[in-house]
Write a protein that binds this ligand. Structure first.
Ligand SMILES: [Zn+2]
Length: 429
């Protein structure tokens, strides 16, 4: 009896030691987060510049960022890592994308600057924070390194701004949780009941999709009633400009339905008291559109009839790092993805390195590329269909129909489901 207890104590001590090795270097969710506000500047064809505008602390933003030391599931268009300068241990990693990357692809030679915020766990002592941006060929195009000291007297605490919040889903999973904030954009103080209804619809739509439904107990989702002076958001092509919480507008890069905001720092300031990392912004707007940027934010018009499929699609981008599986028939070839480079997005391929994608999910008898089924025929659940990532030729998608391609179906394809599941497991186990 005595021996058994003793063995049990030894086993517990060993587990505790491996957690302690990291716990001694970064603090847990109760300490809040540090936030690095960067500016990315550049123009098409020129080497961009990354500058650190400021480091702030958000002591009331209780997000669990521990455990992110393994290889990231997705490369994204940029990565940040927190390194112990003495032991060179990596204490935290995250990958991301940014509206800036899309600006670099517009072909415009004007130099422009974009905001980007990264949150990191609060370190016990000074750390090195390394940020890299990669180009469409997946080569590093800019690097930035900063020493960040948690005792720095110039690190300003950004406190909870005190907006009303409503819990939409509470995680019950015993491991780590994923925090999602739903923010209001273009809702006046008198319209918050309407916003809350849309926030609940968002979560219902998300949890109607696998794999989110299976893992619903790992998501903490909170709606934040961030008020705007105007009702609705800016629609530049109609000459409508409105004063809203995050200054979002349609016609990003002159694309009518592309709704984004340049005010990333403002979004993060609004999240001072919110235990969340992932961000969904609902725009009080009927005009069709939205946008989703990997580990940056989702922004969707919430009063359009396609709102539910669109918000889930955009969250597929911002949470899942998924690429668009649609393309434009009869369109001139788009060069978003160079055809001699395997894109990092898990659900599209140029076949340059298909083994790194969904080759293991293919039935041996399915031809590559897979012909589209004629009317009435049944297609294999996973194939390699030409057309995806905005290109008719040379980029391939895993399924004929998926949430990442069309609004009129109700699911993610098996490849997208697996990609999302991998991220959920990475964050929570
Ligand atoms: Zn898919």
């Amino acid at each position: 009896m005595y021996m058994m207890v003793r063995v049990a104590i030894v086993a517990v001590a060993m587990v505790a030691m491996s957690v302690d090795a990291l716990a001694g270097k970064i603090k847990g969710a109760e300490a809040g987060v540090l936030r690095l506000d960067y500016v990315f500047a550049g123009s098409a064809g020129e080497k961009p510049v990354v500058a650190l505008k400021r480091v702030v602390s958000q002591p009331d933003r209780h997000v669990d960022l521990t455990g992110r030391v393994r290889q990231l599931p997705l490369d994204g268009n940029g990565r940040v890592s927190v390194v112990d300068p003495v032991s060179l241990d990596t204490l935290y990693r995250q990958s991301f994308s940014s509206l800036f990357h899309e600006w670099m692809q517009t072909g415009d030679s004007t130099w422009r600057a974009y905001e980007h915020s990264m949150i990191i766990p609060v370190p016990e002592r000074e750390v090195k924070v390394c940020l890299e941006l990669t180009n469409e060929r997946r080569r590093v195009m800019a690097r930035h390194e900063a020493r960040v000291n948690p005792e720095d007297i110039l690190t300003r605490p950004v406190r909870n701004p005190g907006y009303d919040t409503v819990w939409i889903n509470r995680a019950t999973y015993p491991g780590r949780h994923i925090g999602v904030a739903i923010l209001a954009e273009g809702y006046t103080r008198g319209e918050m009941a309407h916003f809350e209804r849309r926030a609940r619809e968002t979560v219902e739509a998300l949890f109607a999709h696998e794999p989110f439904s299976t893992y619903a107990d790992r998501f903490d989702i909170v709606a934040v009633k961030t008020p705007s002076d105007s009702s609705g958001v800016s629609v530049p092509r109609d000459g409508k400009w409105r004063e809203t919480a995050f200054g979002s507008h349609f016609s990003t890069f002159y694309s009518d339905r592309y709704l984004t905001t340049p005010n990333v720092f403002a979004i993060h300031d609004a999240m001072g008291g919110v235990p969340a990392e992932h961000i969904i912004i609902l725009a009080n707007e009927e005009t069709y559109g939205g946008g989703g940027i990997f580990n940056s934010y989702t922004l969707t018009a919430a009063d359009n009839k396609y709102f539910e499929p669109v918000v889930v699609h955009e969250f597929g981008h911002s949470f899942g790092g998924l690429g668009d599986e649609y393309f434009y028939e009869n369109d001139v070839m788009s060069d978003s993805y160079p055809l001699d480079v395997e894109p990092w997005e898990p659900n599209i391929t140029t076949l340059v390195d298909f083994d790194s994608k969904w080759a293991d999910m293919m039935d041996e008898t399915t031809p590559v590329p897979t012909p589209r089924a004629a009317k009435g025929e049944i297609t294999p659940s996973v194939g390699v269909y030409e057309g995806g990532g905005y290109s008719t030729h040379g980029v391939y998608r895993p399924a004929d129909y998926c949430r990442m391609r069309v609004n009129d179906i109700d699911h993610f394809c098996p490849v997208c489901r697996r990609a999302i599941e991998r991220l959920i497991l990475y964050y929570t186990e």
